[in-house]
Design a protein around this ligand. Structure first.
Ligand code: HEM
Length: 184
């Protein structure tokens, strides 16, 4: 099954990379290429989510669940895969619900931040997958330089979780009270 997982995960990774580039092009460029990027983004995102579901399901079939959850490296890989899926699902919902509006005004910055965060997370997911398959890369050394040894379980201190929750509540409050027609 590891061959199937290795093959299937290229779909979400490629679609997420493409979606991230399309968002950056749609926000920062003008002209035909930017227009096409904005218009074609939703189908690319939908395909990325389908690919991610295939990656997640096949991932659980590579090793027994006990082995997956016993290894800190595999736990980190699963955590980052789920975070990546959460971020690109949020982007998909926003583009599906608000479409071209997301490329205007202040909301376009939310899209850029989400796309860059998603890009970082899926890069880490793939890097850790490579580690599991026996092909570590220099990217892990970069993560180590920022204080995270990928062989140890990644955890977020409780204080950071509380800060994230507060930020989410504030962001939801700002979002609910903001005018959706803002051209900022
Ligand atoms: C969107 C979700 C996922 C992505 C993008 C992803 C990505 C990857 C990549 C790029 C590799 C390296 C493949 C290779 O070069 O051979 C890999 C390997 C691996 N992944 Fe995932 N993965 C995902 C989800 C999961 C999940 C949910 C699990 C476990 C529950 C998992 C378990 C593994 C294992 C055990 C390996 C090592 C396979 C081997 O020994 O060859 N993955 N993954």
């Amino acid at each position: 099954m590891n061959g199937v997982h290795a093959m299937l995960v290229h779909f979400p990774l490629a679609f997420w990379a493409l979606a991230t580039l399309m968002i950056l092009a749609g926000v920062f460029l003008s002209g035909r290429f930017a227009e096409l990027s904005r218009a074609g983004l939703l189908p690319v995102l939908v395909f990325s989510l389908l690919g991610a579901v295939a990656g997640l399901v096949s991932g659980w079939l590579v090793w027994p669940a006990e082995a997956n959850l016993y290894s800190p490296l595999a736990r980190n890989h699963i955590l980052m895969a789920i975070w990546s899926l959460a971020i690109y699902s949020s982007i998909t919902l926003l583009i599906w619900r608000f479409g071209a509006l997301m490329f205007q005004g202040t909301q376009r910055w939310a899209l850029v931040v989400l796309a860059l965060a998603g890009g970082l997370l899926f890069a880490i997911t793939g890097t850790l997958g490579g580690h599991l398959a026996g092909s570590p890369t220099h990217f892990s050394q970069l993560l180590a330089a920022f204080g995270w040894t990928v062989y140890e379980t990644f955890y977020v201190p409780d204080a950071v979780l509380v800060a994230l929750l507060l930020l989410a509540i504030i962001a939801a409050g700002v979002g609910l009270t903001a005018k959706t027609g803002d051209k900022g």
